[in-house]
Design a protein around this ligand. Structure first.
Ligand SMILES: Nc1nc2c(ncn2[C@@H]2O[C@H](COP(=O)(O)OP(=O)(O)OP(=O)(O)O)[C@@H](O)[C@H]2O)c(=O)[nH]1
Ligand SMILES: [Mg+2]
Length: 352
């Protein structure tokens, strides 16, 4: 799972990136062309418990790959994204918009004032505009080829939706239509998490910038962080962090809150595999069928899928071993179409 961190210049993207990943990328390095990449492990206690039973050689957590997109240098400063960034974003699964909500006289906002809701709206407009350009081009071509077919109608609906001021995220499509527009990788259709970056003065205050209300109206997931402080805490030795958080009133680790929101806004769940070589969590979109979940592990397993042996994590733990879970009738044989649930422990039978 790949997440792109975006936002206006100096909104604190790199600070957030460091806070969440514990990395030490240089902040305030205005205009540096480098993108920062890091991997965030999704905490999952179930893996620890399963490892106590299986004693595997390896425990592998689900991962979120983070991309702090290189700063915009080619478009005007009032834009968050230049064409290089827009291209990079085509390949991410989700977007995190870091919205500046902190006051800092030494750091100039490219739009000269701090206004989180304005930034939320205008960045979304940048995404919409990029989609609209692709749509207009496609419509023109289809019209030229005389193809006023289903695709023409569908893309036309996308255009109307954007022209009414909304992102494609909120356009209701049936599964077939979703598949049909998948290849366009529209940016305003990607799940977007709003991340309000507050200064110290915002800690413990309820929605001072009105981001909650905006997120609700736009149908977006939303969390608040105090990234500068979180970054400092993330760079402390692990055993000192929580005491520091408590003292500052920061609450639960931002990394954990972030991952929960990201999972939620992306509709992700994890299924598990457990054995002697490896205990592992695999992120999938809720509603994924067993045969497609198998493909996450290896395309051969998907291709040669016979069936899935499935036991729910809680049932397995209550039984204490696979043999006892089987005795108790908790291990089910499921076919290709089975909808995988969060915490399913799965053994795929396959033949290639
Ligand atoms: N007071 C305060 N300053 C912050 C906060 N977050 C970031 N800053 C400062 O704002 C400046 C920009 O932060 P960065 O993390 O580099 O922002 P960025 O969005 O990555 O900036 P570019 O990559 O140049 O677009 C730095 O000087 C940070 O120290 C915050 O929560 N409070
Ligand atoms: Mg940066």
């Amino acid at each position: 799972m790949k997440v792109g961190v975006i936002g206006y210049a100096r909104s604190g993207k790199t600070t957030v990136f460091n806070a969440l990943t514990g990395a030490h990328a240089a902040v305030g390095a205005f205009g540096s062309r480098d993108a920062n990449v890091a991997v965030l492990k999704v905490p999952d206690e179930r893996l620890e418990r399963l490892a106590e039973i299986h004693h595997p050689k390896k425990v592998t957590h689900a991962e979120i790959q983070f991309l702090d997109v290189a700063p915009n240098t080619a478009a005007g400063e009032d834009k968050a994204l230049d064409s290089a960034a827009l291209t990079v974003l085509k390949n991410v699964d989700a977007l995190v918009h870091v919205v500046r909500a902190f006051e800092n006289e030494d750091v100039v906002h490219p739009k000269d004032s701090v206004d989180p809701v304005r930034d939320g709206r205008s960045l979304d407009e940048e995404l919409q505009l990029d989609d609209l350009i692709i749509i207009e081009r496609r419509l023109e071509r289809l019209a030229k080829e005389g193809r006023k077919d289903r695709e023409y109608d569908l893309i036309g609906r996308c255009r109307d939706h954007i022209e009414s001021g909304q992102s494609l995220r909120t356009l209701e499509l049936n599964p077939q239509e979703q598949k049909a527009i998948g290849g366009y990788t529209f940016l305003s259709r990607k799940p977007l998490l709003l991340l309000g970056n507050y200064g110290e003065e915002g800690i413990g205050q309820a929605d001072p910038a009105g981001l909650d209300a905006y997120a609700a109206e736009a149908g977006l997931a939303h969390i608040d962080l105090c990234a500068a402080m979180e970054m400092e805490v993330a760079q402390l030795p692990e055993d000192e962090r929580q005491a520091f958080r408590d003292e500052l009133g920061l609450g639960e680790a931002s990394r954990i809150r972030f991952i929960r929101s990201a999972y939620h806004s992306l509709g992700l769940i994890s299924f598990l595999t457990a054995g002697e070589p490896e205990v592992r969590a695999w992120p999938i979109v809720a509603g994924t069928h067993a045969v497609d979940a198998a493909g996450q592990i290896h395309s051969d397993i998907q291709r040669g899928f016979i069936r899935a042996e499935v036991v729910a994590y809680d049932d397995f733990m209550a039984a204490g071993s696979m043999a006892k879970a089987k005795e108790a009738g908790h291990v089910r044989l499921e076919g290709k179409e089975y909808e995988v649930k969060d915490g399913d422990i799965i053994l795929f039978r396959f033949n290639v």
